[in-house]
Design a protein around this ligand. Structure first.
Ligand SMILES: Cc1c2[nH]c(c1CCC(=O)O)Cc1[nH]c(c(CCC(=O)O)c1C)Cc1[nH]c(c(CCC(=O)O)c1C)Cc1[nH]c(c(C)c1CCC(=O)O)C2
Length: 341
């Protein structure tokens, strides 16, 4: 039914004429039309209004020949539905007035039927699917339980999330209770997203790379893998672990269809660590999109040669930066669309 099957073919290991391309955070602040809307509605209003979320999802699609649409939303809508009232504060980012700090805070979280409080996301999916008219696949997503825990305990963004890590190391049993609650809601939420029409899902583990390999296994992968096991029965799952190169071997042995990687690992090493068995996604340094369009074009084509055309999805190694020009983003995408060896 889908007209552009590049993403699903790449996820399922089928042969493609060129790799599919999309950009993490493509429905975001580097687009002038997104910034215009931003002045009119606050961030979570945009997430909670299905028509707006659909409109923003389609913004990058209208501008560029991308192969994938990713639903405009945020990873923090899941903890919000569990009664962790995140706000998006100007020049701060995600913010929690009262971060989680005790066992009682975790016990009183409202997880029963939490997925039903995210009806606005399912509606946004239905509207977006209608507007996409089967031209492109629509990707749904969620944060990893570990990444959601990081924000819920720290109360805001951080480079190191020391407070969140200290909480886990001091009170591992409490941390596991919280991680399991987030996992259970996330599974039901993603299942509902699939039922509403998304063609695949991605799990963002933005902060997994802050953990040692052993702690990653205990506090992050154990829960991501539960999501992968459940969701892989229904759809293709991409796991993006920022800084998680050390876990690639374990991840490649899971039921994930693809693994997202950042730019701190070479394509050759990533293929080696994953035994050449699984589709890889990435890994252009987002800051390189601030260089010249010709350089971007040449380096993207070189990156494709290094990963190989098959079992590969072209993407950045993390979200697109807000100050990237339209011309440079275009060069990134064109380099893939025009690739012929
Ligand atoms: C950690 C994380 C968050 N959200 C997300 C992650 C994981 C990916 C990553 O590591 O970048 C995921 C996310 N957030 C957003 C999307 C939409 C789809 C897309 O275009 O990829 C996705 C997939 C919209 C958004 N989410 C946010 C914006 C910017 C909002 C604005 O300035 O109006 C957008 C477009 C706000 C947000 N939301 C979050 C932060 C830390 C911030 C503020 C800083 C930032 O922009 O990076 C939490």
């Amino acid at each position: 039914m889908l007209k552009n099957t590049l993403l699903l073919d790449a996820l399922q290991g089928k042969e493609v004429k060129r790799p599919p391309v999309w950009m993490m955070r493509q429905a975001g602040r580097f687009l002038p039309e997104f910034r215009d809307l931003k002045d009119k509605y606050d961030f979570f209003t945009r997430c909670r209004t299905p028509e707006l979320a659909a409109e923003i999802t389609l913004m990058p699609i209208k501008r560029f020949p991308l192969d994938v649409a990713i639903l405009f939303s945020d990873i923090l809508v899941v903890p919000q539905a569990m009664n962790i009232p995140f706000e998006m504060k100007k020049s701060v980012g995600p913010f929690l007035e009262n971060p989680i700090s005790s066992l009682e805070d975790i016990q009183k979280l409202d997880t029963t039927g939490a997925e039903d409080r995210l009806e606005y996301v399912y509606k946004a999916i239905k509207i977006t699917k209608e507007q996409l008219n089967d031209e492109l696949p629509l990707l749904g997503f969620a944060g990893s339980p570990w990444t959601i825990l990081c924000y819920s305990i720290e109360g805001k963004g951080s480079k190191t999330f020391d407070k969140a890590k200290a909480f886990c190391f001091k009170n591992p049993n409490w941390a596991h209770l919280l991680l399991q609650k987030i996992t259970d809601v996330t599974i039901k939420y993603l299942e509902k997203k699939v039922e509403s029409g998304v063609n695949a899902v991605q799990i963002f583990d933005s902060w997994g790379g802050l953990l040692s390999p052993k702690d990653y296994e205990e506090f992050s992968w154990k829960y991501i893998n539960q999501i992968v096991e459940a969701l892989s029965l229904k759809t293709d799952v991409i796991v993006f672990g920022k800084g998680c190169w050390f876990a690639l071997k374990t991840m490649s042995q899971s039921k994930a269809s693809a693994l997202g990687i950042d730019w701190t690992i070479s394509p050759q090493k990533a293929r080696e660590f994953t035994g050449g068995k699984i589709t890889l996604q990435g890994n252009f340094d987002p800051a390189k999109l601030l260089s010249d369009p010709d350089k971007i074009y040449a380096e993207v084509q070189q990156m494709i040669r290094e990963f190989g055309v098959q079992n590969y999805i072209v993407n950045l190694g993390h979200g697109i930066l807000p100050n990237v020009s339209i011309k440079n983003a275009e060069s990134f995408i064109k380099a893939v669309v025009e690739f012929n060896g």
